[in-house]
Design a protein around this ligand. Structure first.
Ligand code: SAM
Length: 281
């Protein structure tokens, strides 16, 4: 009897072709078929590495039928590699259906790890990574986008979203509307490519950098939003100073003075003081 095939889930580069792994190249060359999100894009990658494995299309519009076909191919003993246009399949890319089906039916599913924009961005952003929430793409419509941003507002974890050049400015406006101009974030653009850039600062600062230069609005973006700090993380001395200043000025101004005097981030102090005042009401 024919032994069943294996489904390999293979990460490919997100810009710089040198980021492909040796193992990915070996598996792409050795399998019987490559299931690719876009066979023309796959051809560019495979030609570059002189890999001649036959490709079949597997994308959002044919995944139901194609999953059934791929399962048949696995049953017939074929080894299959799944790739997407860039990065890791299933991470905001097609693949979920075939991976779930292959597992349900007892086929071996093997990850071949490599690039993913979310991990590349977090690894070099200098923002907290001990815990993070990955929200995928923000919705295209303003209200839905603001709702999704609101949902992470109180979370202590860094929140990461993918965004396209079409909506980056609208998205920054929504961040102001929901989180305020002072919220700290890092945006990674065009990772591993020629114009790779990182923008870090308050929403207002990053917005000024990106909106002031049309070139900075081009390409692909990863948005990383700082989580809300627990009150206990914030310097108690700063909070005491804010409380002393509060009878004479608004909370925002007091937080600004405390941050300048004792160090720390104005928006964190502001939020922490807001929490304390709410709790003591
Ligand atoms: N599967 C991919 C991965 O593992 O990262 C993600 C594919 S998703 C369809 C495409 C989105 O990922 C882009 O709109 C952008 O937000 C992000 N992205 C992909 N490549 C990127 C890069 N080189 N630099 C910055 N963001 C990138």
């Amino acid at each position: 009897m024919q032994s069943p095939g294996t489904l390999y889930v293979v990460a490919t580069p997100i810009g710089n072709l040198n980021d492909i792994t040796q193992r990915a190249l070996q598996i792409l060359a050795e399998v019987d078929y490559i299931a690719a999100e876009d066979t023309r894009n796959a051809a560019k990658l495979l030609n570059h590495f002189t890999i001649t494995t036959k490709c079949v299309a597997y994308h959002d519009h044919n995944e139901e039928q194609q999953s059934v076909n791929l399962i048949e191919m696995l049953k017939n003993g074929n080894q299959i590699a799944l790739i997407s246009d860039a990065g890791t399949p299933l991470i905001n890319d097609p693949g979920y259906r075939i991976v779930a089906l292959a597992r349900q039916q007892g086929f071996k599913v093997v990850p071949v790890p490599g690039c993913s924009a979310v991990i590349a961005a977090l690894s070099a952003a200098g923002i907290a990574t001990d815990q993070f929430y990955f929200g995928g793409f923000l919705p295209a419509k303003k209200q839905a986008r603001q709702n999704k941003i609101s949902a992470i507002k109180e979370s202590p974890a860094t929140a990461v979203f993918y965004e396209s050049r079409h909506r980056i400015l609208a998205c920054l406006d929504d961040l102001t509307a929901v989180l305020g101009d002072d919220h700290y974030l890092v945006i990674a653009r065009e990772l591993t490519k020629t114009y790779e850039s990182f923008y870090a600062g308050s929403v207002a600062e990053v917005k000024a950098l990106i909106s002031g230069d049309a070139n900075q609005q081009k390409g692909e973006f990863v948005i990383m939003l700082e989580g809300t700090k627990e009150v206990s993380d914030v310097d108690q001395k700063s909070l005491q100073l804010i409380n002393k200043l509060l009878p004479y000025m608004p909370l925002k101004t007091a937080a600004g003075i405390a941050a300048e005097t004792l160090g720390g981030k104005k928006n964190q102090l502001y939020k922490a003081a807001l929490h304390l005042n709410k709790d003591s009401d």
